[in-house]
Design a protein around this ligand. Structure first.
Ligand SMILES: [Fe+2]
Length: 201
């Protein structure tokens, strides 16, 4: 993009449906200190094939951890998106707290009900604990487990939707319900009305 194109894009109105031009996650990135173990889990147990395996070149600064030549590997998490890892040298960083501010608390994969049960069976076969399926909201259920790095994972499905999971179509919360909750956050009716536009009537 030229500077002129960037300037033009900045002033162009995005419209209310701007979010529809986004298409979900390109890749999520976590840190591990054991890439081999991580491959064995994601590719071997969860069935997400390894689709990228590089080392970050020295001197590169794209938000990557500041260690020379560390591994940066990618797994296919379905529907054209990837889960990735950096491999931090052992002992170079403390173990993270997923409940700390600004950290990733957990990731939930979209699954069909059949895949959800198959994943649970595979996890248990390989000695990993797996809770659920547990009802999460009306019509939805999830299984919960940890990867060997201690990362909290979930696989969600709406059983009634079978093989054609439609995440947003399964939302049940109404504008009225959302208004009640949002008033506990910031009690300004104009602000609340702007915030509830995507909820159903
Ligand atoms: Fe969740």
């Amino acid at each position: 993009m030229s500077d002129a194109q960037v300037a033009e894009a900045a002033v162009k109105p995005l419209g209310d449906d701007f979010h529809r031009k986004l298409r979900g996650v390109h890749h999520l990135v976590f840190n591990t200190d054991d890439m081999k173990m991580t491959i064995d889990f994601y590719a071997g147990v969860l069935g997400m094939p390894l689709v990228g395996a590089i080392k970050v070149e020295e001197g590169v600064d794209r938000g990557n951890p500041k260690f020379p030549n560390i591994r940066h590997y990618f797994f296919d998490m379905g529907n054209d998106s990837m889960l990735a890892f950096f491999e931090i040298p052992k002992g170079a960083k403390p173990r993270g707290d997923r409940d700390a501010i600004g950290t990733m608390q957990h990731v939930s994969f979209v699954a069909t009900p059949d895949v959800q049960l198959a994943l649970k069976a595979r996890l248990e076969q390989h000695g990993y604990e797996c809770d659920g399926p547990i009802r999460t909201s009306p019509g939805s259920q999830s299984i919960y487990f940890y990867d060997p790095n201690g990362i909290r994972l979930e696989a969600s499905s709406a059983p009634a939707q079978g093989d054609n999971q439609q995440i947003m179509a399964n939302r049940r919360m109404t504008k009225a319900q959302a208004r009640l909750e949002l008033a506990t956050l910031y009690d300004d009716p104009d602000w609340i009305e702007r915030a509830v536009t995507a909820f159903r009537d």
